[in-house]
Write a protein of this length. Sequence first.
Length: 46
Amino acid sequence: MAKTAYLCVKVDPEKRPSMGEVVQLLEGETEHFKTLTEQFIPHFNP
């Protein structure tokens, strides 16, 4: 959940996930989380 929150507090709004994406993350769609972290945190390595 902390990683999801981190994505939501980016200074640049363009780098934040949409509310729909946040819901998917909170519901546990891990593949979607991997895609988002690669998109919004390019150097993220889980």
